[in-house]
Design a protein around this ligand. Structure first.
Ligand code: 3PG
Length: 214
């Protein structure tokens, strides 16, 4: 069934542990973005519908087949459709958006609906979804909340995002109910624009190394 751990994409996220959330405002950064991600073996990218370039960026990043490109901040069916038409292989929403979830279930497209409360998680489960985004993680209780929610929702895996950073991500990843962490701290246009992406490469490499050591 959709969004259960048997799906290959969830297995891959569980192995990579990082889901970079990226907002594109300048398409010229994309080749370097792809290069840095591939070099560090982070094969995922979530491109957000927070800019007009989202669909173009998804298309461009999906073209080489090196990355598994998804769409984030998907709040409408139209955005989900545009994302998939342009090559998105998974969908992330900030909340439970029934029309987006129905579309993804029909197309067998992995979907990560945003949840923050027991009520949200229960709703996701009613769709058969057992891997949920937990957002905004820092505001809604962080790791402490995930541990408490994992009591009744012992069969759910969480993808926390919102306020995750280089200082706290390892702590989140140590929890067995956390499939991976997402966020803008992993890579961004701002860091890619510094010294030709060298800083982005070093920062991502440090995150990946920290995971290996943990
Ligand atoms: C999201 O939509 O997941 C968040 O906006 C990511 O939050 P961050 O910028 O704190 O990582």
């Amino acid at each position: 069934m959709l969004a259960n751990m048997e799906h290959a994409l969830y297995q891959q996220i569980a192995e990579t542990k990082l889901l970079p959330l990226y907002t594109a405002t300048d398409l010229t950064c994309l080749p370097r973005l792809e290069e840095v991600l591939v070099k560090n073996e982070v094969r995922f990218i979530e491109v957000t519908f927070r800019s007009e370039l989202a669909a173009d960026a998804i298309k461009q990043l999906a073209a080489s087949g090196e990355l598994i490109v998804g769409a984030g901040t998907v709040r409408t069916l139209a955005e989900a459709e545009i994302a998939v038409e342009n090559g998105a292989k998974f969908i992330v929403s900030p909340a439970i958006v029934p029309e987006v979830i129905d579309y993804c279930i029909k197309g067998d497209i992995p979907v990560f609906p945003g949840t923050a409360t027991p009520g949200d998680i229960q709703r996701a489960l009613e769709y058969g979804i057992k891997v949920v985004k937990f957002f905004p993680a820092d505001i809604y209780g962080g790791l402490k909340a995930i541990k408490a929610l994992s009591g009744p929702f012992y069969d759910v895996k969480f993808l926390p995002t919102g306020g995750i950073n280089a200082e706290n991500f390892i702590e989140y990843l140590a929890d067995e109910h956390v499939i991976g962490v997402g966020g803008s701290f992993i890579i961004s246009e701002t860091i890619l624009k510094k010294d030709d992406g060298k800083s982005a490469d070093e920062a991502l490499s440090a995150l990946v190394e920290a995971i290996k050591k943990a």
